[in-house]
Ligand binder design. Structure first.
Ligand SMILES: [Zn+2]
Length: 364
C-alpha cells in the first residue's frame, strides 16, 4: 500500500545527523563544520568527483551548491532526486524521494483514510516506480595489505596494562609506525579486506596537533576510509554475533580488543563504530547478520550527573535509540553511578565492572 507524506513535516523530522547520513550514503563524504555540513558536489557530480562545495544549512534546511548547479538552492528531497538521476539514472519525483528518505529512517507515512480531513494540506503522489532496497552497504576500496609488512610489531606495554593481551594485539595486527610515533590499527571489512589504517599517536605533541587518532599517512598516501561505513572488528566477531544474535557496539577499537582479551575469540560479539555516531550502514551490517539486539556501550563522557556533557550524552543515546528502535532492539549501557572514570569505555576497568554495567543496561 502506498504511503503519503507531508513534505514540511517530514523535513522537520530530519535531524542534522540524518542529513549527514544521507550525504554519507550518497558518497558525499560529509563533514560537520561551524558553517554547516560540507560535502562534495554530489548534486551534479558522481560520488568521488567534484569539489567540497555542497553545503547544508540547518536553519533553512536547504542545501546550497557553490559550484555547478544552475539553481543553487534546493532541499534534501531535491538533492535525492538529483543523486538518483546521476548515480542510478532513475527519474524520481518528489514522492519517491520522500518515500525513500522516510523508509530509510523508519518514519511512518500516513494512510489515506487517516488523513481524509486534511486532504488539502497534503501533497499526494503516487508511487510510480519500484524502489531499490533502501540500504546497500557499498564495497569499500581495498588497500594492498603488503603495507602491513612495513610496520614493527613490538609488544605495546601501555595497552597490555589496559587489559589488551599481546596475543590479541598480534591477532589484530596492531603495529607501530616509528616515523610519527603511532600505534597502527588496521581496519578490515566483514570479508577481511584491508580498507583503512588508523594511527593512534603516542606523543602528546602530535596528538594535540592532529587529534589522538588519524588515518595513517605513508609516503603521501593516506590510508583512510569512511568510518561510518564499516564496523571495526566485524571480521572477527561476525560468527559469534550471528550465533548469539547480539552485538555490543563500542566507540573505540581498543574496547573490542579488551573484550577479546577478557572473553576469548569465540565469544567475541564486539564491534566499534569508531566515533560516537552510529550510522545506518553500521546497523545494517549487523542486521544482515540476523542481530535482534544491539547494545550501545559508549564512553562515560560526562563528569557528573546532570552536567552539560551528561545531558548531551543522554540526547545522543536517545537519538540513537529513536533512530533504530523500529529496526532492532536497542539497549544501552549507561554508567549513571560513575563506577568507571571520566571518558572511560565500559571495558576499561576490567571484566567485572563491564559485566555489572552490562547487567544494569537500560532496556526500554
Ligand atoms: Zn551542484
Amino acid at each position: 500500500m502506498s504511503r503519503y507524506y507531508n513534505k514540511d513535516l517530514l523535513k522537520e523530522k530530519l535531524e542534522l545527523e540524518q542529513i549527514y547520513d544521507l550525504l554519507d550514503l550518497w558518497g558525499g563524504e560529509p563533514e560537520y563544520t561551524d558553517g554547516g555540513l560540507i560535502a562534495t558536489t554530489i548534486c551534479h557530480n558522481p560520488p568521488g568527483l567534484g569539489s567540497r562545495k555542497l553545503y547544508y544549512y540547518q536553519n533553512t534546511q536547504l542545501c546550497h551548491c557553490y559550484s555547478g548547479c544552475a539553481e543553487p538552492s534546493f532541499d534534501i528531497f531535491e538533492l535525492c532526486i538529483k543523486v538518483m538521476k546521476i548515480q542510478k539514472n532513475l527519474d524520481w519525483e518528489l514522492y519517491d524521494a520522500m518515500d525513500f528518505i522516510a523508509s530509510y529512517f523508519g518514519f511512518e507515512g500516513t494512510s489515506v483514510n487517516q488523513q481524509s480531513n486534511e486532504l488539502e494540506d497534503w501533497e499526494i503522489f503516487k508511487r510510480n516506480i519500484e524502489l531499490p532496497p533502501p540500504i546497500v552497504v557499498p564495497i569499500l576500496q581495498e588497500y594492498n595489505s603488503n603495507i602491513l609488512s612495513r610496520f614493527a610489531y613490538p609488544r605495546i606495554e601501555a595497552w597490555e596494562q589496559e587489559g589488551i593481551t599481546k596475543e590479541v594485539q598480534h591477532r589484530n595486527l596492531i603495529g607501530y609506525y616509528p616515523v610519527e610515533e603511532q600505534i597502527v590499527i588496521p581496519h578490515f571489512d566483514i570479508n577481511n579486506r584491508l580498507i583503512g589504517i588508523r594511527g593512534r599517536y603516542l606523543s602528546d605533541y602530535y596528538a594535540e596537533r592532529y587529534g589522538k587518532y588519524r588515518p595513517l599517512h605513508i609516503m603521501n598516501k593516506e590510508y583512510s576510509h569512511p568510518l561510518s561505513m564499516n564496523l571495526y572488528n566485524i571480521n572477527n566477531s561476525k560468527e559469534a554475533i550471528r550465533k548469539s544474535k547480539i552485538a555490543i557496539i563500542f566507540e573505540s577499537e581498543k574496547s573490542t580488543l579488551q573484550y577479546q582479551s577478557y572473553y576469548g575469540y569465540n565469544n567475541d560479539i564486539s564491534v566499534a563504530c569508531c566515533g560516537s555516531n552510529l550510522s545506518y550502514y553500521q546497523v545494517n551490517i549487523l542486521r544482515d547478520l540476523g542481530v535482534n539486539e544491539i547494545i550501545i556501550a559508549f564512553d562515560r563522557q560526562f563528569q557528573k550527573r546532570y552536567d552539560d556533557e551528561y545531558q548531551k550524552l543522554i540526547n545522543k543515546l536517545t537519538s540513537i535509540y529513536n533512530k533504530y528502535k523500529n529496526m532492532v532492539k536497542v539497549t544501552i549501557i549507561f554508567d549513571k553511578d560513575m563506577i568507571t572514570p571520566y571518558k572511560a569505555s565500559p571495558t576499561d576497568i576490567g571484566p567485572e565492572v563491564f559485566e555489572k554495567l552490562l547487567k544494569e543496561r537500560i532496556i526500554l
